[in-house]
Design a protein around this ligand. Structure first.
Ligand code: F6P
Length: 560
């Protein structure tokens, strides 16, 4: 295990700390920078595969950029990136390689990890998934009563849900007509009840997705949905009410995705109907593994292959682009700049794309489960703040909700704006192109955040003096603009890989193992310990703290 470099004791960190107070040397610094430097936008705009990324509206100067790039070298980001790509066990607390990048390497590549060719393994499973997808899409795969499948229900949680549902929603226009996916994640029984209420068990296929196949929520939901599906088939007279007939029906209606194929078998799903992946794929980095099976069925093998090619294009960019043009590197370093030198607590991600409405939620697991840590990979405490809160909603909805805080609040909230040039649903409102109106908001918001509105400008509009301060916009609110041609599978893959590598860059600066998630364990364990108390076990209740006893007692008294 290499010892993490303490970023805060590097010369680059000192330089950044010295630069920070000098950057904003008065109001409206971004206006002044743009006025003085007509080439600024061009100089800070980069292409990463198909992504057009404008960093110019950030609190960034050449000096800051250079110091950030020095920091990247001093904390050895290139070496750690190479170690990740080559399969070294950089996830030290779980002693695992971190190889989501191998999931999207083209067929024919090879990478030996722990004695096994990971890329060959990936493509073997991919071919099985594609074959399965073709069977479902063509109607060749039939349910127990001989009917083709119309609905795929994916049961999973965290990385086994957020990626597939986000990508399915984002790529809706690519979904085959007549097929629908639904996603059940929450152990709140409402989720499964609502999502299955109008489904026909005869035409429903369930994918149980769980890396570990031990997750309480997923296994509980899988059992409940199995009961719903088999009872439905029996009630409709479609299947006999015998153990044998029920098991035979499971084989036609349930497949599994997991790294633990023995547990899949124990659950009653034939391992022939299971798609595996590997311990070196973290849950939140798994949408491009077999965890994306529902998506592969929905958008088809060609669409899924395009999706993977987008990830790979950004992997290549991150591995090979010069540091001063390396977008994931620069964006990750900018986040460090804001978190550690501007005291930013959060980071907004604002897709101007209704189809991307689950993207911020997806990023929350990716970024916060990865970098929400207080110790470094050698067990020593971190030496600075880590893990900002990622949040967001699609524009323009957010404009009418929380943008007020970004424009005029007291905190620095860096924001990423994401949009595509070509709409899926070109629409005219009279003579107005609605997509253009939509994008005008994107462009206007980033300009307003950067350049603001001075008191003199507000006064010149005839605003009464006592109201002027409330209508002033300070500007200098940092944003990054990310544009692409269209929301295709490839471009979605590029966007996801971009944020994966941004997360990696931040984690490396902080000395964090971004690939474990021990912080989720305690709550899971306590839930199992408390469950008997909730169900009426007085001895179990007595062993709880007084607050928990009070809450559980209140619940037990009210439960009808
Ligand atoms: O509890 C957190 C977590 O382990 C996530 O990291 C993971 O994505 C999720 O649970 C689901 O895990 P699994 O895929 O093993 O069911």
């Amino acid at each position: 295990m290499t010892t993490p470099v303490d970023a805060t004791s590097t010369p680059a960190w000192d330089k950044l700390a010295q630069l920070q107070p000098t950057i904003v040397d008065g109001p409206h610094v971004l206006r002044r920078w743009f006025d003085a430097d007509p080439g600024r936008a061009q100089r800070y705009t980069f292409e990463a595969a198909d992504l057009h990324v404008d960093l110019s509206k950030n609190l960034l100067t050449d000096e800051v950029r250079d110091a950030l790039l020095e920091l990247a070298d001093q904390v050895r980001i290139p070496a750690r990136r190479d170690a990740m790509y080559s399969g070294e066990h950089i996830n030290v607390t779980e002693d695992r390689a971190v190889l989501h990048t191998a999931l999207r390497r083209p067929a024919g590549d090879s990478l030996t990890v722990d004695g096994q060719d990971a890329v060959a393994d990936v493509h073997e499973v991919l071919e099985r998934i594609y074959d399965f997808a073709r069977q479902v899409r063509s109607g060749e795969w039939k349910g127990a009563t001989g009917k083709p499948i119309r609905t795929i229900v994916n049961i999973g949680i965290g990385g086994s849900d957020l990626g597939p549902v986000m990508a399915y929603e984002a790529l809706r226009p690519y979904v085959q007509d007549g097929l629908e996916c639904r996603f059940i994640s929450n152990i709140d029984p409402t989720d499964a009840a609502v999502k299955t209420a109008d489904l026909d068990p005869e035409t429903t296929l369930v994918i149980v997705a769980s890396k570990t196949f031990t997750t309480l929520e997923t296994l509980t939901n899988a059992r409940c949905v199995r009961t719903w599906l088999l009872d439905g088939l029996v009630a409709a007279g479609a299947v006999e009410d015998t153990e044998e007939a029920r098991n035979a029906a499971v084989a036609k209606h349930f497949v599994a995705v997991s790294t633990a194929l023995d547990r899949v078998a124990a659950f009653g799903i034939d391992p022939a109907n299971a798609f595996g992946f590997w311990s070196w794929v973290g849950g939140r980095y798994s949408v491009d593994s077999a965890v994306g099976t529902a998506l592969a069925v929905a958008i088809g093998p060609e669409g899924f292959a395009d999706f993977l090619s987008g990830f790979h294009a950004i992997d290549e960019h991150f591995a090979t682009a010069a540091p001063e043009q390396n977008v994931p590197l620069l964006m990750g370093l900018l986040n460090i700049w804001y978190v550690n030198f501007w005291n930013a607590h959060s980071h907004a991600v604002l897709p101007y794309s209704q189809y991307m409405h689950r993207f911020p939620a997806y990023l929350q697991q990716l970024t916060m489960e990865s970098n929400g840590k207080s110790v470094r990979w050698d067990g020593t405490p971190v030496t600075c703040q880590t893990g900002e809160i990622f949040w967001g909603e699609p524009g323009t909805n957010g404009q009418h909700a929380f943008y007020q805080l970004i424009h005029q609040g007291t905190r620095v909230i860096p924001a990423d704006f994401i949009a595509v040039a070509n709409p899926t649903h070109p629409t005219k409102d009279g003579g107005t192109d609605v997509h253009e109106l939509f994008l005008s908001n994107f462009f206007a918001q980033t300009a307003a955040l950067a350049f603001g509105k001075t008191a003199a400008e507000v006064e010149a509009e005839g605003t009464p003096a006592n109201i002027v301060p409330a209508r002033v916009f300070s500007g200098d609110r940092p944003t990054t603009s990310i544009l692409a041609d269209e929301l295709s599978p490839k471009i979605l893959g590029e966007l996801i890989a971009l944020y994966e590598h941004i997360t990696f860059v931040e984690g490396t600066v902080w000395g964090i193992d971004s690939f474990d998630q021990w912080g989720v364990e305690l709550g899971k364990k306590l839930a199992l310990e408390i469950a008997p108390a909730v169900s009426g076990d007085d001895a179990a209740l007595a062993s709880q703290d007084s607050s928990t006893q009070g809450l559980v007692s209140w619940y037990r008294a009210r439960r009808s």
